[in-house]
Write a protein that binds this ligand. Sequence first.
Ligand code: GDP
Length: 433
Amino acid sequence: KGIVAIVGRPNVGKSSLFNRIIREKKSIVEDTPGVTRDRIYGTAEWLTREFIVIDTGGITLEDQPFAKEIKVQAEIAMEEADVIVFLLNHQEGLSDEDKMIAKILYKTKKPIVLAVNKYDKKTSNFDQYEYMSLGFGEPILISATHGIGTGDLLDDIIHQMPSNDEINKDNRTRVSIIGRPNVGKSSLVNSLIGEERMIVSDIPGTTLDAVDSVVKVNNIEYTLIDTAGIRKKSKIFQNVEKYSYLRSLTTINGSDVVLLMLDASVPISDLDTNIGGLAFEERKPIIIIANKWDLVENKEKEILKKEDEIRAYFKYLAYAKILFVSAHDKTRITKIFTAVEDIRTALDKKIKTSVFNEVLNKAQLINPAPNFNGGRLKIYYGAQVEAYLPTFVLFVNNPDYVHFSYKRFLENQIRLQFGFEGVPMSIIFRERK
Ligand code: GDP
């Protein structure tokens, strides 16, 4: 998914535009435990293209002058986004702050869409050339609150957005490592790179970001995403909590498989679950890495306890495999990539309809659906449909009769029978009379 960031000085209408763009698109799972409500990003869709929108105005710095704050916001946009919307306010005209932001944005090679908000037909003397003097071309006139011009703006955004193929040209699996500070992400990267020899990012013909690196494990190459960001932690951004979420989000978004790292030698914290929630919401294949296992005594007894703890905290990640490793001692770290390969296999798997229906029938026999919402669910037949993530359509008497626990039961059955470990799965119920 491409990423669009909205920048502009306070009061130009960034949040209104943000809300207008993500309007009807609610987060997939509203009640994921531990996910922050106070959103500065959202998912949007225009002309069947999905993208992520960031309102950088929501990133604020404590005890910092205003100019610094704007600067940081613009830099974050340049770092994270594929397209930047630079928003101005027509009612107040071009200000010095706008020019300051423009100066920062000159440094980027990313496409910039200039938009002038609070534009009202009645406002006279609109001087397009004044805005064009910023050097970002003709502005698009919009009113975020009234929805005027936002369609044109979205057209332009989509037009400027690199295609998914451009974003990911090589066919290495893209792996990201996320987790709160100090769980051992950099140590894992260092162990991998140290052991397996890193190929630095400027290989001709590849589109690796400067922050990505390639490692070879079990003779297969993987792109580790954002390893530089993990290795040298930027001082300004480190303490901006919202930014660290955003960073995790964009990293997750760009990866095929997510490694969610925990420090297994200490109890799980809210920060761990918040970050896990992000990966879940982005519907990515996930492997849970319980690191620092070398520090734990009585391993055989503790492993069961730890697994229970992790499962209890990450109920929504029931599909994710848990691996106990030590990045420090390099114990079991290659197992991580065996699990990544299992996920790739699962993503490529196509289940024969006849076999799928046998499993469906058996599942209904051993555990018939409960009475729910005034009736009992009856599944007539089902099939896997073409999709990136495993997706199954089940034809039933009435989709309203589906109890969520029964859906979960079916999901588990399919997962177990066909080995879809580690990947999110979709089951869609359709009525068939
Ligand atoms: P990051 O913030 O997630 O990148 O965490 P770091 O890789 O910087 O690790 C934080 C601290 O944990 C460092 O002092 C590491 O040496 C230590 N550490 C990382 N992995 C392990 C491990 O597997 N075992 C032990 N004992 N310490 C570890």
